[in-house]
Design a protein around this ligand. Sequence first.
Ligand code: OKP
Ligand code: ZN
Length: 343
Amino acid sequence: MKTIFTEDHRLQDGKAELIDGKLMPCFEMPRRAEILIARVRDQKLGEVLAPEKFGADPVLRVHKPEFVRFLETAWDEWVAQHGSYDALPLNWIAPGMRRLLPETIDGKLSYFSFDAGTPITAGTWRAAIASAEVAMTGMKLVKGGERGAFSLCRPPGHHAGSDFYGGYCFFNNAAIAAQGFRDGGAARVAILDVDYHHGNGSQEIFYKRDDVMTISIHADPKQEFPFFLGHADERGEGRGEGFHLNLPLRWGAAWAEYGHALDTAMRRLTEFSPDVIVVSLGVDTFEKDPISKFKLKHEDYLRIGEAIAAAGKPTLFIMEGGYAVEELGINAVNVLQGFEAKI
Ligand code: OKP
Ligand code: ZN
């Protein structure tokens, strides 16, 4: 299959994130995409294409204008206030406080974010737009008849919601592509999120809709980030009731548990009968991932790709997480090769 990739991902190169009570070098780093594209080339997965320009229009189909405007100007406002170093929020809204948009940058960071792991840098806006363009270009390829395509997005997207960023994510690339499919004529789109972390942004964006089904297999939020969404009893709301599925697994889950959840996911997805599948492809479920606690092995990623192929639908893979950097390429490309072996 074809891969969509741009060097513009490098524009997001945060210095540090707050993790385990310490400011540590960002796990979400440019080297991730370098390793991924090297493996794509090495395995001769297929042609590598640059993204087309889409600008902010498709982003605005799923994100609120005030949020998009905030991200466009946040760096300049931060530099004017503090100086030329990465912007991180320091506090968040608590129950009983009022959600009013502050005038100053520190307040705005707090208003639009949900963690201190996601630095806004000089290049964040351009990298995030480029990442969304990578997703949209993959969308166009699949809409144009490709059975599968790989959007090598970086920064990732599945934690970003209609008006918030966090978890290394700014714009929700998978949601933007899914909405792109809808706008291009697809009646039903399924997002299957196999990243270790719950795709809270994708869930929030489509929770009240029955045209985009969201399914996420992830570490139980009772144990793991993002903690406050991703429980098994969240099934959608209003028209969206029954069109969302969470499959949380406990720390330590290996293929036995994971494969079972994937079967359940694919059964529900098939019943929905989507025109197209968008996969939020995280490989931080890997046994050696430094920030995660599942136990998948290299060969398990082939099985994930095969299971997705068995649904028989055009499929767009959108890169999300995975932080065992040196082995990231093997795991992600294994999913794509498992898929291609079964189509
Ligand atoms: C982004 B993606 C875990 C700390 C969590 C944020 C993780 C964001 C993951 N001990 N910090 O879903 O891979
Ligand atoms: Zn993740």
